[in-house]
Write a protein that binds this ligand. Structure first.
Ligand SMILES: Cc1cc2nc3c(=O)[nH]c(=O)nc-3n(C[C@H](O)[C@H](O)[C@H](O)COP(=O)(O)O)c2cc1C
Length: 209
């Protein structure tokens, strides 16, 4: 299984080579992996910003605790969850499903009502947590796809979502920056790449029942 080797190769990259850019065809592959991510009911209640613009990355660096990865990486990926979930989100999904899978909309009404009931039962505090959790599944796929493509990445929670929301105009779109990642290529002197992985031993992590 190649996947394990890819996962051993990757690490949370601290020093990116600022001269190297991820080629467009690899970006497309990464986008496809993110697009194919699982999500609750398949609703994909988030948007993903792919920021290559260096000026914008410079503006976001102070809102990212000055972490160098923001400006040295090739692209900054911002996962943004919808903060409110409305019936129209479900209706848009059903229309898509109806078209793609050739199902009569009428046959999806009960399923739609079931989803809407479940979602409307969540409190307004729970809803954005629920949508933010979905973005982490997409982040996971992005990291794995990058590893297979031998593209380095760093998942990052070290940023100020309120600042990001302001700078990127997310709030007015009903969005919130939930988690970010930087992608690019490691420098030869990033010492972290040589460190052994620190992971819980299997007997602590797993319980086979
Ligand atoms: C959600 C999340 C947030 C993280 N935030 C940061 C961050 O802001 N800056 C950073 O350098 N590393 C960050 N990391 C990287 C972790 O510290 C790293 O993945 C972990 O120590 C395991 O090491 P490895 O990824 O090199 O195997 C984050 C990781 C995750 C999953």
């Amino acid at each position: 299984m190649q996947l394990i080797e890819h996962l051993k190769w990757r690490y949370a990259t601290k020093q990116f080579d600022p001269t190297r850019k991820v080629p467009a065809e690899d970006l497309e592959k990464i986008k496809k992996a993110v697009q194919l991510s699982v999500s609750s009911y398949g609703l994909q209640l988030y948007k993903v910003l792919i920021i290559g613009d260096q000026e914008l990355k410079k503006r976001l660096k102070p809102a990212s605790f000055e972490q160098d990865q923001i400006t040295d990486s090739s692209h900054l990926i911002v996962f943004c969850n919808y903060t409110e979930v409305k019936d129209h989100h479900v209706d848009e999904f059903l229309e898509r499903k109806s078209k793609i899978q050739n199902i009569d909309m009428q046959d999806l009404v009960d399923y739609g009502d079931f989803m809407k009931d479940d979602i409307n039962n969540k409190s307004n505090i729970e809803k954005p947590h629920w949508t933010a959790r979905q973005t982490y599944l997409a982040l996971g796929n992005l990291l794995t796809a990058c590893a297979e493509l031998k593209i380095d990445a760093c998942p990052m929670e070290g940023f100020e979502p309120d600042q990001y929301n302001k700078i990127l105009g997310l709030e007015e779109q009903g969005l919130n920056a939930s988690v970010i990642a930087t992608i690019g290529y490691r420098t030869a002197n990033d010492q972290r790449q040589f460190a052994d992985k620190v992971r819980k031993p299997e007997h602590q992590l797993f319980e086979v029942i």
